[in-house]
Design a protein around this ligand. Structure first.
Ligand code: G
Ligand code: MN
Length: 364
């Protein structure tokens, strides 16, 4: 039997289980909600969505959503006993959303489970374009009027273009994993995260980043000011019982804004440079505070000091950046050059460190 036929058969037989992956606020450390992730059960194997989703027809995708919805809502009700008020996200393909009766079926399921519509969020997948943008706009309006949250999923990949973000009214933006997973190998990816964060802030929508695989990446995103995070460093997708245990054992810890790694320093430098640029661009009279002028008083300098990192290429680049800021008449080109030099030095150190860690792991 071909793979698509096997997946369709498993789905028709109801061989579907939900796993749940928490989404946390980096600001408060609190759990904001969980994303429902369907898995097909094939004997003792679980088949991941990346394998089977591309093989399913629109009808099958709709069946998948409405097969995972009742269990998801029951799990949400169970979570309420110990962790009230979480949100639950369900992934949905544009083609499924535009099927006749989609909203009614969704509302029926919610009413059957006595769950308020504002407890669920639909994550709109990037797997296809909306065939009818007018109908999509209307539906999004209806969903939002009903209280159902909408997130644009996997933004930055596939069809989740900026155009979709501009045209459709959504509540949240989820940045694709590809921009986050590789940050230790390619820290310059933080500029994409930062740009998306500015856009999300401008649109008054929280940005949630996916693919947060290490504590260092989570920390750097907190330094940058990202609101929500999801990924292996927080928790892997897990069945209901494991989710309950995880929630029971969870202690909320807000992300620190002080850099405590080179990637964190890269993120802090990014925030400082953007703030400086914005101020320099305005016809305002201002003087830099001592914290910005003094290389030992800024958060990056404090981190370098406490870890003996000043006498390094990036430590010198950091001092040079502050020397330029400290001049009474700042030369904008020299300032931009100094800002870029510090990123470049940090980037080199971070990627070298990541390569050494990989080598050390493979030697074990
Ligand atoms: O695109 P979407 O957000 O729906 O993708 C979720 C998928 O990504 C799930 O199948 C989940 O198992 C996987 N996933 C979740 N967190 C991580 C992570 O930190 N790294 C990687 N590589 N995959 C993840
Ligand atoms: Mn998703």
């Amino acid at each position: 039997m071909s793979d698509p036929a096997r997946y369709a058969l498993l789905l028709a037989r109801g061989q579907v289980v939900n796993h749940y992956q928490p989404i946390i606020s980096l600001r408060s450390g609190k759990v904001l909600g969980v994303e429902t992730l369907a898995r097909l059960v094939n004997g003792s194997n679980l088949i991941q969505p990346a394998m089977f989703l591309p093989c399913l027809s629109t009808d099958a995708l709709r069946d998948l959503l409405f097969a995972s919805l009742p269990n998801g809502l029951a799990t949400l009700a169970a979570c309420d006993r110990t962790y009230p008020g979480l949100l639950m996200s369900f992934n949905v393909s544009p083609s499924v959303m535009l099927r006749r009766g989609f909203l009614d079926t969704l509302l029926e399921a919610l009413s059957l489970h006595r769950m308020d519509a504002d407890r669920i969020t639909l994550e709109v997948l990037e797997d296809a374009e909306f065939p009818n943008p007018c109908a999509a706009r209307e539906l999004f309006q209806e969903l939002r009027t009903a209280g159902i949250g909408i997130a644009l999923d996997d933004v930055g990949s596939g069809y989740s273009s900026l155009n979709r973000l501009r045209e459709l009214s959504v509540d949240k933006i989820k940045l694709d994993q590809a921009f986050v997973r590789e940050l230790q190998r390619a820290p310059e990816g933080l500029h994409f995260v930062s740009a998306m964060l500015s856009l999300a802030r401008g649109l008054h929508k929280p940005l949630i980043v996916e693919g947060v695989e290490t504590a260092e990446i989570m920390h750097a995103l907190g330094v940058l000011g990202v609101e929500g995070a999801q990924g292996y460093a927080i928790a892997r997708p897990m069945p209901e019982a494991a989710l309950m245990e995880w929630l029971d054992g969870r202690k909320a810890a807000p992300a620190s804004r002080e850099p405590c790694s080179l990637l964190g320093a890269y993120a802090a430098h990014l925030s400082i440079v953007e703030a400086c640029r914005a101020l320099q661009n305005q016809p305002l009279k201002f003087s830099w505070s001592d914290d910005v002028r003094n290389p030992h008083a800024c958060s990056i300098g404090r981190y370098f000091d406490s870890n003996g990192l000043h006498e390094t290429a990036f430590g010198w680049a950091h001092k040079r950046f502050h020397e330029i800021i400290d001049q009474s008449d700042i030369d904008p080109a020299a300032w931009e050059q100094a800002a870029t030099d510090l990123w470049r030095c940090l980037q080199e150190a971070i990627t070298t460190q990541a390569a050494e860690t990989r080598e050390a792991i493979s030697a074990i």
